[in-house]
Design a binder for this molecule. Structure first.
Ligand code: NAD
Length: 424
């Protein structure tokens, strides 16, 4: 119990993402009545691999990159989760992200556990050829512990379908047969699924719609703020705009744009670069801090962690926060928003559309038979609406916030599978 007590200390505003995830897992398991061994099993990944990847740079020098692959829990099935390329990647973050993947898989009822990978690098500073060598080098380094029935990577922050294609090619060369089920988020011509690129945003859109119904808000005319204009945020802004909502604010790492009458999303989409940057084109920008405190009905953090904290939670004007990003709201902020009757749709539910369509891609690769975009969307709709309803209803019946309800559903399947296997 010692560890658990340590992580449930009230000082969680200063917690890293791993500690705060462990806190909520501990609370969820306690609510479900599981003994402490289950928490001990789930608080860390079962496996964590650190690799050093030497890469020849274009200037002739050799640079050694550090990479990670975490496999949280494979009691339900193979592990699955994205690979992040970012200068701030840390071992702790990768561990936390792998736990989140387990929770997401449980929430949308996929036959997977969670995995996650990351490389400490800044792809914005690297050439195309260097990125290719790094992607291939990472796959060579982790090839023994990944595979279509072991651990299946996918895109995440600053990785995309081209990087997945290089990784798929490298793995297929190592294994000496074509293995499309090794990785998801591939280009369509290499066995990618229709609808994968926009799947996270589609899932978030479904959650916004369902949350708005519960709050009696009409999406048509609703004022929406989206933080982040990358893969998740930009598709989402477009879907909201197309549904008749007014997207009154968007942002990227450099600043934010605001127009109370609604921004021209099609124009912004046309002008943003492949790293989700668009605000540099404008002179009169506001800060990300100001963005989150704008007058609006719905806020969607779709960028990075720890954006809504005890410092700004009292100033949030929206009545719904839908977390497209992983970990954008601290635990203190969650309590403040819940007390203020602001509905939070937690990250592990809201952004589960990506892993759901990744699962569809893997299924299509395994069966060698491919679905249309409409089929994918129909299946995704069903999965997300079910997951939302289950979590919302549990949060009402057990009088807990949606984050705790989501964790309760997310850990339950893993705990049961681990028990049947005789691990606990
Ligand atoms: P991305 O790299 O495509 O875009 C990130 C966006 O956030 C960019 O617009 C960037 O400028 C902005 N940003 C970066 N630092 C910022 C800062 N300090 N303040 C404000 N904005 C900042 O990434 P993405 O794929 O859209 O992912 C965004 C979030 O959604 C991440 O937390 C990711 O883990 C989560 N997510 C994404 C997917 C997916 O399928 N893309 C799936 C699940 C979860």
């Amino acid at each position: 119990m010692g560890e658990k007590e340590k992580v449930t200390s009230p000082n969680s505003e200063n917690m890293d993402v791993l500690s705060s995830t462990q806190t909520v897992i501990g609370n969820a398991l306690e609510k479900l009545g599981y003994p402490n061994e289950v928490y001990e099993l789930m608080k860390e990944p079962l496996r964590m691999m650190t690799v050093r990847i030497p890469i020849k740079m274009d200037d002739g020098s050799t640079k050694i990159f550090t990479g990670y692959r975490a496999q949280h829990n494979d009691s339900v099935g193979p592990t699955k989760g994205g690979v992040r390329f970012h200068p701030n990647v840390t071992e702790k973050e990768v561990k936390a992200l792998s736990i989140w993947m387990s929770l997401k898989a449980g929430i949308v009822d996929l036959p997977y556990g969670g995995g996650k990978g990351g490389i400490v690098c800044d792809p914005r500073e690297m050439s195309f050829a260097e990125l290719e060598r790094l992607s291939r080098g990472y796959v060579r380094a982790i090839s023994q512990i990944v595979g279509p029935t072991k651990d299946i990577p996918a895109p995440d922050v600053f990785t995309n379908s081209q990087i997945m294609a290089w990784m798929f090619d490298e793995y297929s060369r190592i294994r000496e047969f074509d293995s499309p089920g090794f990785i998801t988020g591939k280009p369509i011509v290499l066995g990618g699924s229709h609808g994968r690129e926009s799947a996270t945003a589609k899932g978030v859109t479904i959650c916004i719609r369902e949350a708005a119904k519960k709050k009696g808000i009409d999406i048509n005319g609703a004022r929406v703020v989206v933080q982040g204009f990358g893969n998740a945020g930009s598709f989402l802004a477009k879907f909201m705009h197309d549904a008749g909502a007014k997207v009154v604010g968007i942002s990227d790492a450099y600043g934010a744009l605001h127009d109370p009458e609604g921004l021209d999303i099609d124009y912004l989409l046309d002008r943003r670069d492949s790293f989700g940057t668009v605000t540099k084109l404008f002179k009169n920008t506001i800060t990300n801090k100001e963005l989150l405190e704008l007058d609006c009905d719905i806020i969607v953090p779709a960028a990075i962690e720890n954006q809504i904290t005890k410092e700004n939670a009292h100033n949030i004007k929206a009545s719904i926060v839908v977390e497209a990003a992983n970990g954008p709201t601290t635990l203190e902020a969650t309590s403040i928003l819940t007390e203020r009757d602001i509905l939070i749709v937690p990250d592990v539910l809201a952004s589960a559309g990506g892993v759901t369509v990744s699962y569809f891609e893997w299924v299509q690769n395994n069966q060698g038979y491919y679905w249309t975009e409409e089929e994918v969307e129909q299946k995704l709709e069903k999965v997300m609406v079910n997951a939302f309803e289950n979590i919302y209803n549990l949060s009402k019946s057990r009088r807990v916030n949606m984050r705790l309800a989501a964790y309760m559903i997310g850990v339950r399947k893993m705990a049961e599978a681990s028990r049947f296997r005789g691990w606990i």
